[in-house]
Ligand binder design. Structure first.
Ligand code: DAH
Length: 339
C-alpha cells in the first residue's frame, strides 16, 4: 500500500499541464470522487489496524501534495496567460484628438499680445448695452443713422436696451470709472442687423484700443499703428492713413496696410490699389472725454478699432465670413497646430 502511495506521489510531483483543460483532466484523474486518490480509501479498509495510522497519514499527505501540485499548475498557467498577447506595448499611444484653436481666437490673442507689449491691459464690457454707452456718450447725434433699426438690434420694446454694435462702448464705460492714464484694449463680440452673406454677418468681433493721458498726440497714435502693423503683418508692411469721420474721434482716419499679396503693386485682392483697409482710428473727441467725466483741457487721447474677422481674412485669406461660425471641421482643422 505504501509503495503504491509512493509511486503515485512520484507521478504527482512530475505532473505537467499545457492548458487549463489539462489541469482539469488531472484534477479529475487524481482528486475527483472516483479519482485515484479517493479510491485508495477502498484499499485502506483492508490495511491491518497497526498500519492504519501510517498509511492514513501517507494518504492525507498524498492528497495535499496532489491538491497543491494541481493548484500550482493552474496558477502557473494563469500567470503566463498574457493579456497583452499580440499587443506591442512599446508603440507610441494613438494621440487623442483634441480640438484646434479657432482662427478668430488665434488672431485676437495675437492682437492682444502686441498691444500688451505697449503697456495696454484688457478691459471688457457687456454685450447687452444701453444707448448711452454705445451711442450718446460717444457723441453720436440723435439722428445718427447707426441708431437706426437697420443697424442695431434692440431688445424688447425700449430703444434703450440693445446689443452693442461696436466695442467702443467699453471706452466710455472705462473712462466713466477710471481717471487717466488709461491704456486699454477691449476685445469682444458685436452685433449688427445685417443679412448674413460671405461679406457681412449679424455678429462679428472687434478689438478697440484707447489711450488717454496728458499730452497724447497724433504722433503717438501713428507710432502705435505702425508698430501694430509691422508686428501683425511683418516688418516690410507699409501703412497709410486716409482722413475719415467717426463721431467719437476728431480728427479721424482709416488705416490701410500695403497689400502683401502683390507687394503694393496692385492686384485683384487690393482692387489694384496696392492697399487694404484694416482699421478706424483718431484722437478722442473732447466731447467724449467730457461726457465720461474726464477733463478735456488736461487730457487727450487716441482710440482705434478693428474687426478681428477682417484681420483674420488678411492674415489667413479666409474669404467667407460664414466659415467662422459654421464649425466645419474641414475649415477648423486647417488651423491645427497654429498657436
Ligand atoms: N467703432 C468703430 C466701428 O465699429 C471702429 C472705430 C473707429 C473705433 C475709430 C475707434 C475709432 O476707436 O477711433 O466701426
Amino acid at each position: 500500500m505504501l509503495q503504491k502511495i509512493a509511486a503515485l506521489r512520484a507521478e504527482i510531483d512530475a505532473l505537467t499541464a499545457a492548458s487549463a483543460e489539462d489541469v482539469e483532466a488531472l484534477r479529475i484523474k487524481y482528486l475527483s470522487k472516483k479519482g485515484l486518490i479517493p479510491s485508495l480509501m477502498n484499499d485502506f479498509r483492508s490495511v491491518p489496524a497497526e498500519e492504519k495510522r501510517t498509511v492514513g497519514q501517507a494518504i492525507n499527505d498524498l492528497k495535499t501534495a496532489a491538491t497543491d501540485r494541481i493548484n500550482a499548475l493552474r496558477d502557473a498557467l494563469a500567470a503566463t496567460d498574457d493579456p497583452t498577447d499580440g499587443l506591442d506595448l512599446t508603440r507610441t499611444a494613438t494621440p487623442l484628438r483634441v480640438g484646434t484653436r479657432h482662427p478668430l481666437s488665434l488672431v485676437r490673442e495675437e492682437i492682444i499680445a502686441i498691444f500688451r507689449r505697449l503697456g495696454f491691459t484688457i478691459a471688457e464690457g457687456p454685450e447687452i448695452e444701453d444707448d448711452w454707452h454705445v451711442f450718446s456718450s460717444l457723441n453720436f447725434a440723435d439722428d445718427h443713422p447707426a441708431r437706426d433699426m437697420q443697424d442695431t438690434f434692440f431688445i424688447g420694446r425700449t430703444p434703450d436696451v440693445l446689443l452693442r454694435t461696436h466695442t467702443s462702448s467699453v471706452q466710455s464705460r472705462v473712462m466713466e470709472t477710471t481717471q487717466p492714464p488709461i491704456r486699454i484694449i477691449c476685445p469682444g463680440r458685436v452685433y449688427r442687423n445685417e443679412a448674413i452673406s460671405a461679406r457681412a454677418h449679424c455678429f462679428f468681433h472687434q478689438v478697440e484700443a484707447l489711450y488717454v493721458d496728458k499730452n497724447v498726440t497724433f504722433a503717438d497714435l501713428l507710432q502705435t499703428l505702425r508698430y501694430f502693423a509691422r508686428e501683425m503683418f511683418g516688418p516690410e508692411t507699409g501703412i497709410r492713413l486716409r482722413p475719415s469721420y467717426f463721431p467719437f474721434t476728431e480728427p479721424s482716419a482709416e488705416m490701410d496696410i500695403s497689400c502683401d499679396l502683390c507687394g503694393g503693386k496692385g492686384c485683384a485682392f487690393c482692387k489694384g490699389t496696392g492697399w487694404v483697409e484694416i482699421l478706424g482710428c483718431g484722437m478722442v473727441d473732447p466731447n467724449v472725454l467730457e461726457a465720461c467725466g474726464i477733463d478735456s483741457k488736461v487730457y487727450s487721447g487716441f482710440a482705434l478699432g478693428m474687426g478681428i474677422e477682417r484681420i483674420t481674412n488678411l492674415k489667413y485669406r479666409v474669404n467667407d465670413l460664414r466659415l467662422f461660425s459654421e464649425n466645419d471641421r474641414r475649415f477648423l482643422d486647417e488651423f491645427a497646430g497654429t498657436h
